[in-house]
Design a protein around this ligand. Structure first.
Ligand code: B12
Length: 213
């Protein structure tokens, strides 16, 4: 791996937002691919943060600093990831479910979907079932993406899906993801699962084709 990505990962781990922004800009100026910078520089660092947090070697305030540093880097990459798309492939409402304040992964999924030509309406985090339903009404989106990072909040997903069925949005395709979510869980609640942002794009394309058929 290049020295630049190694430095970027270290800066994310240290939660040094200014340095992350500087290094992401340097990578862009060097002509490196935006998706590669995201994966090898930023996401790789958050994976390391996850391990340190799990093992008790990093605590919430530090994780938050790393998260903010990463998001600052994402901000520079977003325009590059979404440029050059002409025809829209479909409209997707996405959000992190009620009670859950994790939004990095969901934002990345949103960014990559936009990059692939989808129109994304991001409702943010801690999104109540009512808000998801309201957004489907307002936007007439044909797909909904939900993220949950806690075992205690993933249970909100089937609640939203039940509400959707009751309120006439049973035709909307539902995509779910996040650390505790599995393919088996998705099947159980009538949704589609994908593991990361690239596979979420593949899944969304497949679902968009199904909607057309
Ligand atoms: C960063 C982080 C935080 C940050 C969040 C900052 C932010 N703005 O998001 C802060 C510090 C706020 C935080 C708080 C907490 N956290 Co936290 N956090 C994490 C950590 C370390 C990394 C998550 C992350 O950003 N990963 C990087 C991104 C790129 O990956 P990702 O989120 O998995 O997303 C990818 C895929 O999952 C998928 N995906 C995600 N969403 C979606 C949606 C769709 C539709 C699709 C298709 C795909 C998809 O694609 C993404 C991109 O590739 C995880 C560890 C882990 N293993 O995930 C713990 C983790 C999720 N947190 C955990 C806990 C316990 C907490 C707290 C309760 C801690 C506390 N004591 O206060 C609080 C809860 C706050 C709340 N109410 O939500 C636990 C959850 C345990 C569990 N099973 O429930 C974890 C697993 C850590 C652990 N091992 O204990 N956390």
């Amino acid at each position: 791996m290049s020295k630049l990505y190694k430095k970027m990962q270290e800066a994310v781990l240290e939660g040094d937002e200014d340095v992350v922004v500087e290094l992401v800009q340097e990578a862009i100026d060097e002509g490196l691919n935006a998706e590669e910078i995201l994966n090898d520089g930023l996401i790789e660092a958050m994976n390391e943060v996850a391990v340190l947090f799990r093992d008790g070697d990093m605590f919430v305030p530090e994780v938050l600093m790393s998260a903010n540093a990463m998001q600052a880097g994402n901000g520079l990459l977003k325009p590059l990831l979404v440029q050059g798309v002409s025809e829209k492939k479909g409209r997707i409402v996405i959000g992190t479910v009620e009670g859950d304040l994790h939004d990095i992964g969901k934002k990345i999924v949103g960014m990559m979907l936009e990059g692939a030509g989808f129109e994304v309406i991001d409702l943010g985090m801690d999104v109540k079932p009512d808000r998801f339903i309201g957004a489907l009404k307002e936007t007439e989106a044909t797909m909904l993406g939900m993220s949950a990072m806690l075992t205690t909040t993933m249970t909100v997903m089937p609640v939203v899906i039940e509400r959707m069925k009751k309120e006439g949005f049973g035709h909307v395709k539902v995509m779910i993801g996040g650390a505790p979510v599995t393919d088996a869980y998705a099947q159980q609640i009538g949704a589609h699962y994908s593991y990361d942002a690239s596979s979420a794009v593949e899944l969304a394309k497949r679902l968009a084709e199904e909607l057309k058929a």
